[in-house]
Design a protein around this ligand. Sequence first.
Ligand code: PHE
Length: 495
Amino acid sequence: MSDLQLQILKSVNEHDGIESTLEVPEFAKIDANTLHSNLTSLWAKEMINFKKIETDKWILTKEAEEFLGAGSHEMRLLEEVMKSLDGLKISDVNAKLGQVGKLGQGKAFKNGWIGKNDDKLVSKVDKLPEDTAVSQLKTIKETGTLDDKKELTELKKRKLVTLTKIVGFNVTKAAKFGLEIVTMETDITSDMITSGKWKDAQFKPYNFNSEGVYPHSGALHPLMKVKEEFRQIFFSMGFTEMPSNQYVETGFWNFDTLFVPQQHPARDLQDTFYLKDPVKAGKPDDMEYWENIRQVHEEGKFGSIGYRYPWREEESLRMVLRTHTTAISAAMLHKLAKDPKPTRLFSIDRVFRNEAVDATHLAEFHQVEGVMAGYDITLGDLIGFMEDFFAKMGVNGLRFKAAYNPYTEPSLEIFAYHKGLGKWVEIGNSGMFRPEMLEPMGLPKNLRVLGWGLSLERPTMIKYGVSNIRELVGHKVSLDFVETNPAARLDEDLV
Ligand code: PHE
């Protein structure tokens, strides 16, 4: 038991409680936190109960403390004026008293202590009057307040006093009050049972209000939290997750199957990362499909006139870091062609683009992608479905704008109004996959497929109020940010 605890117990014992620790000089000088922790420890032993009491108290500023020693500014000015027998030249005030003279003048005039005679200050009193400011300050220092509220306000205006809250405690006896502290057991041990010590032991009651030690554990990165929310939305709409765990694709799956011509600017080194080693992949198993892709690009097929350029195998077999997860969607649709039926698939995973890095772009990001195959579905289904999907994230009132993707026709960019930014922002890209993409796989003509994609980073940055992507991804991310941010809820307004 600390001395302070014993002191508290003695005081409670003598006076049958402590009305307020603020009124007991020995406790009043101890800071509130120390008192609180000592009281809490006695309270936990059921020796006392206590309540916090807060009172307002006026305290002196540093300037006011100086007044107590040297006198108020007005008094010091008056003293100086009285010293100079035929008045103090106004032009000398500054040299003699500096700042004090300037600050004291108004008050000295108001008190009727001094007057003006031409260019001089003269005394209006015969002997030094009482220094009222100082005596008021003394009262405040002792009692924490002043009865004359007008004067108190005046002192406050002069920045001589400020109001603070001080905390004290009211203490009363509790069930196990005593002057000695019995150590209470927190656990019953086998020793206590065999020795019989448990019979006389006092046990500490459980404190169900205390918070346990926070267990140190892993934490989900915000991107993963938002990813999880998207997954739940997809699952709730009957989607199945695609296996997207491969970052390297061939040009064939990343571009050719998607009817992206081999001269398309997206295939440029500037936009796409190519692998050095191995530089080339083997051909796919389905050679009929491979041949169909060549023909649809080079000569045209399935009612399309194609692009009519010499399609090169080497280009198709180059290894790339996938630029979109649509490469996975293509592979999954190719599989679906073996047993065609209405299907809903999604993936949320990393893609790579060789782009200039700035506050909102890195050379990699996560794509949220969905594809939906259905018999005779139309652009109307795409629009209706997008409205349902985004409504699940709290994004309503979409607008659509015609756009271009080599693999979809028509293609639509999706816009939503961002209240914070006060403008329409693009939130996704979508379209109906072209026959040039679907028919080489062997999918029936009337099994149409729509698809859309968006980034995971953008909604995450909006959700967590992050404006620089480097605070979200990479070595500059603060672990504290990752560990303490709350779970994401996409059903509240996002934009
Ligand atoms: N692959 C597109 C992108 O990178 C997204 C998309 C997927 C568009 C499917 C249409 C259909 O933005």
